[in-house]
Write a protein that binds this ligand. Sequence first.
Ligand SMILES: [Mg+2]
Length: 234
Amino acid sequence: MGQRRYEQFDVIGFDADDTLWQSEDGFRSNELRFVELISPYTAMGIDIRAALTATERKNLGTFGYGVKSFAISMVEAAITISAGAVPVEVISQLVNMTRDQLEAPVHLLPFVPEVLEQVGSATKLVLITKGDLVHQTHKIQTSGLAHHFDHLEIVLEKDVETYAGLLHRFGVAPDRFLMVGNSVRSDILPVMALGGHGVHVPYHMLWELEHVDHNELIVELASLAELPAWLGYD
Ligand SMILES: [Mg+2]
C-alpha cells in the first residue's frame, strides 16, 4: 500500500468565503439592487455595474476588502454616476442593504463540516480569510466550524508575503502546506509561488477583482466533497 496523499501535508489551510460558506451571492444581489436603485438618476448608456466595479478597484488599496468597503464604494459611485442627483433616501437604502448583508446568517456550502472532520483527523487545519475583521470574526463565530481549526487568521491581503509570514508562524515548511480555496489569485498562486501546494475549488460566481490570468497547472476539484478522496481517504 502506497503513501496516502494526506501524509504529504502537515497543515492544510482553508479559505472561508465561497469555500466554506456563501459570500459572493450577497455582493451580487446588493450589486443588482444598486443598479435598480441608481438607474432612475443616471444618464442613458452608463454602465452602472461597471462604474461601481471601477470605484471598488480604485478604493481597494485604501478601504481594503469586505462589505463595509463595498458600501462606501456604492455611496461614492451613486453620487458620482448620478452627478449628485441621488436622493438621501437611496443612500439610506444602501446603508440598510449593507447592514442586512453584514447580519445575514452564514450559509455553509454542502458537506463542509463532514469534510473538515475527515481531513482534520490526520492533519492540522487552519482557516485563512481576508476582509473586514468584524464581519469575518462574526462569520467564524457563528459558523459552528471554528473548533476544526488550530488557527483562525484574518488577513488584509492574501499575497506571497502574508502566506510566508503565516507558514513561518505555523512552523510548517511550504512544501508540507496545502491551501484549499475558490480564488486562484488569492488562495492558490501565492502559495505555489512559495513552493506550497494548492487545490482550487471554484464557486459558481467569482468577484471581478479576483479574476487572474495564469499559466500554472492547478489541481481543481468540482466540490469540497471531493477533497477527502483526493487526499487519499477511503
Ligand atoms: Mg474565497
